[in-house]
Design a protein around this ligand. Sequence first.
Ligand code: FMN
Length: 181
Amino acid sequence: MSLKNKSVVIGVCGSIAAYKSCDIIRGLSRLGANVEPILTNGGAKFITSLTLQVLSKNKVYSEMFDIHGNYEINHISLAKKADIIIVAPATADVIASLACGRADDLLTCTVLASNVKTLICPAMNSNMLNHKATQNNIETLKGYGYKFVIPDKGELACGDCGDGRLASVNVILSAVEGFVL
Ligand SMILES: Cc1cc2nc3c(=O)[nH]c(=O)nc-3n(C[C@H](O)[C@H](O)[C@H](O)COP(=O)(O)O)c2cc1C
């Protein structure tokens, strides 16, 4: 399968699993996709924009209000460019924001401004994931047509064991391919 001529916008959020977005970006690129990363403020605490830029061979967007020479509005141009949006890792915070229709950072604003297929790959502590608030937010987003890649069970970065590990890179890549077809 191939993602040739497809643009994938990937939102990278503030989770220890942010480093795994590097392998997701490489995998998407190998499948032929043009990958456009959006790094949230939380995500930038865990991984650098430089790394994502080198791996994607594209500018990494973080700011909503930086408009350069071509006067493109980042969230609108990214929303128009995307054939698919993937949020990996997706934090409880971003999932909550999306479920409320918030648009106070570049990632949430881009998702809201887009009508393409959106794949959310949660990663968080088990209690955060299983909290009724997060589960309700996930159900709300499913109701809007967003697809989810179920997180794995296992050892978590915080030392707990349970649900909440970001799904494997291969599972996420297969989900993207299946989604684009
Ligand atoms: C060490 C550390 C690890 C964290 N890991 C996660 C995580 O895996 N999932 C999550 O939902 N939040 C996690 N958080 C909390 C988020 O980073 C925090 O909610 C942040 O505001 C999210 O920003 P963003 O969603 O805009 O990227 C973590 C915080 C710290 C300090």
